[in-house]
Structures are given as C-alpha cells and as structure tokens.
Design a protein around this ligand. Structure first.
Ligand code: MG
Length: 253
C-alpha cells in the first residue's frame, strides 16, 4: 500500500533532507586519497548528530554503519572500514539516510578521488543526467512511475551503459523503504500513478559493463559481476499540489 504524506509530514521530511545535504557538504572536501572509509562514516555521523538527526542506515537490517561507501566496481552497500582507504583515481559512491522526528530522507552521490578515467567521469555524469531525466518525466501531473523508469533507462542505455535491475528506488516516509518500488527501467504509462503526497527516492545505478551484480562475502557489498565500474545518484522527491520538490537536492555536487 502506498501511503501519501500530508503537507506537515513533507515539511518534516524537508528538515531531514536538509540535515542530509549538510552532511554531504561536509563529506565533499574529505574525498581525498588516504582517508579511510570509516573516517568518512565518522564525518557523516557527526554531521547528522550535531544537526539533531539520527542515522537511518545504522542497524537497518544489521548494517553496522551510518554511510554506505561503494568504490569502483562496488555498486551499493559498501561497509566503512578503517582498512579501506581512498586512492587517487577511485570513483566513490556515498549513500546516506537521515531520520528526523520519525521521518526519513535518502540520497546518494558518486564522486571522484583525484584524477579519474574518462569512463569513470562519464559514469558519474550519466547517473546524474538519468536521475534528472527521470525527475523531468514526472514534473507534470497525471504521470506514472513507468514514465520516470523509461526516461532513466533511456539516458543510461543511450550513453552505452547499463542499468542495475536487482536494486530499485522506493517510496519513503516513516520507513526508509516503502511502496511503491521505483525501477530505473521500464515502460512509460505503466506502474502506480504519481499524485500529491507521494514521496519517493529516485536512484539510478549505472554500470560500465553488464548490469549483473552479486553480493560479497561480507553479506552487504554489492559489486558488478564483471567487476567493471559503477555509479549511483539518488535524491528524495516529494510531489505536492504545486509540483514536485527535490528535498535532498539540488546542489553543486
Ligand atoms: Mg534509497
């Protein structure tokens, strides 16, 4: 069942989203060679706590940390570790969820560490472009989830990349993941109707090679099966009577 949110609930989610944006602003300058992924986790956790929020991911189904840090062939759900350090040339996807007064916001960014390959640069750019195309496809009233799914898929595939099938975007509110599912592939005109009060996370996951993924032995880290690079971009979008709002964006990242 899809649970639509009131204006008041969306206002609380905007505050959760603001805390999340501020955490990303603090993470951005930390993306340099030598920093451990656990240090990045600490930056995120401190930023959220100081702003009066809570980590949405820590403890979620047993995930041990606040931030997901997924490097290069890792797609999502990488676990921060003191042993894993960023290197020049890495492409790093950060996924972060914030809970505030019982409501959630969720967003992800892929960023470069130092000088990255042309392919990695294009992967970062295409994930964001795909997100924006999906968002644009549902700005007008009367649209369906499939309209955004098709738009996201078209941008990714027209750039010669593939789109992950095993993980999708989602509704969000008093739970971090709720209905409806928001696939990054599909057909326009299909799926649930978009209406005021719907709040969703749109989150394309883009692969340079084949879209097949697998989970590592840690039980969390999702990697491409062919070990080619991946990128991820996500924002939380609220649909209101006066149009859609990007709660966790936009910003210069
Ligand atoms: Mg999400």
């Amino acid at each position: 069942m899809i649970r639509l949110k009131s204006k008041r609930e969306i206002e609380i989610m905007e505050r959760a989203a603001k805390i999340l944006r501020q955490a990303f602003e603090k993470l951005r300058p930390s993306m340099r060679p030598g920093i451990s992924t656990l240090d990045l986790d600490a930056v995120a956790e401190k930023a959220i706590k100081e702003a009066g929020g809570e980590s949405a991911f820590k403890g979620y189904r047993g995930f041990p940390r606040t931030l997901c840090v997924s490097i290069n062939e890792e797609v999502v759900h990488g676990i921060p570790s003191p042993k894993r350090k960023l290197k020049d040339g890495d492409i790093v996807s950060l996924d972060l969820g914030v809970k505030y007064q019982g409501y959630y916001a969720d967003a992800a960014r892929s960023w470069a560490v130092g000088e990255i390959s042309a392919e990695a640069q294009k992967l970062i750019r295409v994930a964001k472009e795909a997100f924006l195309a999906g968002f644009d496809a549902v700005r007008k009233s009367g649209k369906r989830i499939g309209d955004l799914s098709q738009a996201v898929q078209e941008v990714i595939e027209s750039n010669g990349f593939q789109v992950v099938r095993d993980y999708v975007g989602h509704g969000i509110g008093q739970t971090i993941h709720e209905e409806p599912q928001v696939p990054n592939f599909g057909k326009a005109g299909q799926g649930p109707k978009i209406e005021p009060g719907l709040v969703i996370a749109i989150e394309p996951m883009v692969t340079a090679g084949h879209y097949s993924v697998e989970t590592l032995e840690d039980g969390w880290t999702v990697v491409t099966k062919d070990r080619r690079l991946a990128s991820h971009y996500e924002d939380t979008i609220a649909f209101t009577d006066s149009g859609p709002l990007n709660l966790t964006g936009p910003e210069e990242n």
